[in-house]
Design a binder for this molecule. Structure first.
Ligand SMILES: NC(=O)c1ccc[n+]([C@@H]2O[C@H](COP(=O)([O-])OP(=O)(O)OC[C@H]3O[C@@H](n4cnc5c(N)ncnc54)[C@H](OP(=O)(O)O)[C@@H]3O)[C@@H](O)[C@H]2O)c1
Length: 252
């Protein structure tokens, strides 16, 4: 994994990434910590995995804590920010990475509750814990970002619609964020090689990964996409607050 952020570039900064005990969130946390940031790893119920990541970061000289919070539980979100700020101080970077909606047995409206309502609730709470000049990054997929014009696989449709609804609702908060001196960027990417979501979608749609690989020319892996997420937290805010990763010519 090559860190796109230079050593020491985040010294003195604090970053929280939701859903960061595994996958893209975990790699993003590692880049931040390696660049000198104090990091808050949020997990839902995988405490052991989150603590292992804390240990790994501390062994390399970094500063990290793991805080459990289910984003659909407002009280746990509030106490996550309380703990983060009590430990390291107000946050410079918040990455809204946690996502879901393909889990079974969570109720029909779960995708919308998690990917729209809980994201909006989290950002409203977060405003009080972010420094002026802080950056918020919302992570999404091309399959969700472009869902209004480009159809997706049926198993992913509820996730795509809810993530797009979440993105729209968060964008509506930009004027309020700007008033508090907070910047906002959406990062969107195609299917990511090696993720649980891509594996599940491939299982019910054999050939889906290869179809996207040939459509896009190349698919990013977890470390490569996390590098784009990390850069989105520090590079100038792009036009329309949107960072599109890779080739999007199959989407419109
Ligand atoms: N996978 C792809 O192909 C792909 C492509 C483009 C964009 N993205 C975006 O990248 C981001 C990360 O994707 P990923 O594939 O790395 O995800 P993932 O492996 O499915 O991980 C999702 C993370 O979200 C957490 N989470 C789920 N429900 C939660 C809840 N209710 N409260 C708190 N945390 C919760 C999970 O925590 P636990 O481990 O504790 O359950 C996990 O850490 C998502 O926003 C996704 O839309 C993914």
């Amino acid at each position: 994994m090559t860190n796109p952020l230079s050593q020491g570039s985040l010294t003195g900064k604090n970053a929280l990434v939701t859903g960061s005990s595994r996958g893209i969130g975990a790699d993003t946390i590692k880049y931040f910590a390696d660049a000198g940031a104090s990091v808050v790893i949020n997990y839902r119920n995988k405490e052991a995995r989150a603590l292992k990541l804390v240990e790994q970061i501390e062994a390399e000289g970094g500063k990290a804590i793991a805080v459990g919070a289910d984003l659909t539980d407002s009280d746990s979100v509030k106490s996550m920010f309380e703990t983060a700020v009590a430990t390291f101080g107000p946050l410079d970077i918040l990455v809204m990475n946690a996502s879901g909606g393909m889990e079974s047995g969570m109720g029909e409206d779960y995708a919308m509750r998690l990917n729209r309502d809980s994201q909006v609730n989290l950002l409203k709470i977060a405003i009080g814990y972010l420094k002026p000049g802080a950056r918020v990054v919302f992570v999404t997929s091309h399959q969700a970002h472009f869902i209004r014009n480009t159809p997706t696989m049926p198993e992913y449709l509820p996730v795509a619609l809810s993530k797009r609804a979440g993105e729209d609702a968060l964008r509506e908060m930009i004027p309020e964020l700007t008033e508090s001196g907070i910047e906002f960027v959406v990062v969107s990417g195609d299917m990511i090689e090696g993720t649980i979501t891509a594996t599940l979608l491939e299982r019910s749609n054999p050939g889906a990964i290869e179809a996207r690989r040939s459509g896009a020319g190349k698919l990013y892996n977890v470390g490569e996409f996390a590098a784009e997420v990390a850069l989105a937290a520090v590079e100038p805010v792009p036009a329309d607050n949107t960072r599109l990763v890779g080739d999007t010519s199959d989407f419109s």
